[in-house]
Design a binder for this molecule. Structure first.
Ligand code: NAD
Length: 302
């Protein structure tokens, strides 16, 4: 299997990630079937993609012809078997639950032709955790896209111990072909690269805050104005939701027992009291419907 052979792509899971990944592949010229167990999720994906790509046309980033031919190559389906029967590449983007993904990978192994590469978009599960659910561990790899996948250029290509050089090379070439930047991991590690670095920055920012060194706005300001970050770690946590990082840390602490992996007190207090960031109007900062109004005074709150 070389990248030239990858014409038919099936994306399983049409949520926030799968819908965009499907459209990225369709815009690059692949025939794509977007599969979900929920017709509502497929309808939502279709509507979101229509709106998103219309905005791209309005901004001059996409022509109407490119948009409509991509939609001609994109099919929405709840029927897994026919969707993957002639797939050269399957990209799995279903819920982040190991048992669900393993069951799906076992089903895919039985339904796909022998040459098909099975890729996961998981943010945390490694290829080795999925590969042995199949009879083709050499063709299992992670293609980790970032949110929103139609915009973000990075795709981490993660090989497991059983992934073949041929699969890795085809995955890297495919990422180039769909106009993204592959970041290659020579071996698997939980959290991969970008999220590990992001988590380290976030942990240090919270340690500085809890140590009384500076408040949230100044720590964010240092990251923006000295390090060139587009937004500070607290602003980013408010945007993505404090609960996401909290549950990742909690799961890691349960796995390792290492006190350094435990969610920090200031983070836990916020999540447990429903201060989850922009989506609840209050996280590290308070928000009105337009923008943040003020940050919390942590010296008083810790
Ligand atoms: N959200 C992010 O920022 C982000 C970023 C990178 C990677 N990821 C990874 O992408 C994957 C999907 O995340 P998401 O945010 O798009 O989730 P989501 O909850 O928005 O979408 C998941 C979709 O999968 C569907 N689904 C569940 N089980 C299924 C099955 N067996 N077959 C077909 N469809 C099924 C659900 O109906 C839902 O529509 C996860 O593994 C996550 O770790 C997420």
């Amino acid at each position: 299997m070389t990248v030239a052979d990858i014409q038919n792509v099936a994306v399983i899971g049409s949520g926030a990630m799968g819908a965009h990944i499907g459209m990225v592949c369709a815009l690059a010229g692949c025939r794509v079937t977007l599969v979900d167990v929920s017709t509502d999720a497929l309808d939502r994906a279709n509507t979101d993609l229509q709106q998103f790509t219309q905005q791209s046309v309005d901004k001059g980033k996409l022509t109407e012809a490119e948009r409509s031919s991509a939609f001609e190559r994109l099919t929405f389906s709840t029927d897994l078997a026919p969707a993957v029967a002639d797939a050269d590449l399957v990209i799995e983007a279903v819920v982040e639950k190991l048992d669900v993904k393993r069951e799906l990978f076992a089903d895919l192994d039985g339904l796909c032709p022998p040459h098909t590469i099975l890729a996961s978009n998981s943010s945390s599960l490694m290829p080795s955790q999925l590969a042995d659910a199949t009879g083709r561990p050499d063709r299992v790899v992670n293609l980790h896209f970032f949110n929103p996948a139609l915009i973000m250029r990075c795709v981490e290509v993660v090989r497991g111990p059983a992934t073949s050089d041929e699969t890795q090379a085809a995955a890297v070439a495919f990422v180039h072909r769909i106009g993204k930047e592959p970041v290659v991991l020579k071996k698997e590690i939980p959290g991969f690269i970008a999220n590990r670095i992001l988590n380290a920055v976030r942990d240090e920012a919270i340690a500085l805050l809890e140590g009384g060194v500076a408040d949230v706005a100044d720590i964010d300001r240092a990251c923006r104005t000295a390090l060139g970050y587009p937004m500070g770690p607290f602003e980013l946590m408010d945007l993505t939701g404090l609960d996401i990082g909290y549950y990742v840390k909690k799961a890691r602490f349960e796995a390792t027992g290492d006190p350094r992996d435990q969610p920090q007190r200031s983070l836990a207090e916020r999540v447990e009291s429903g201060r989850l960031g922009r989506k609840t109007g209050h996280g590290w900062y308070r928000y009105d419907e337009h923008d943040y109004t003020e940050h919390d005074n942590m010296a008083e709150e810790i």
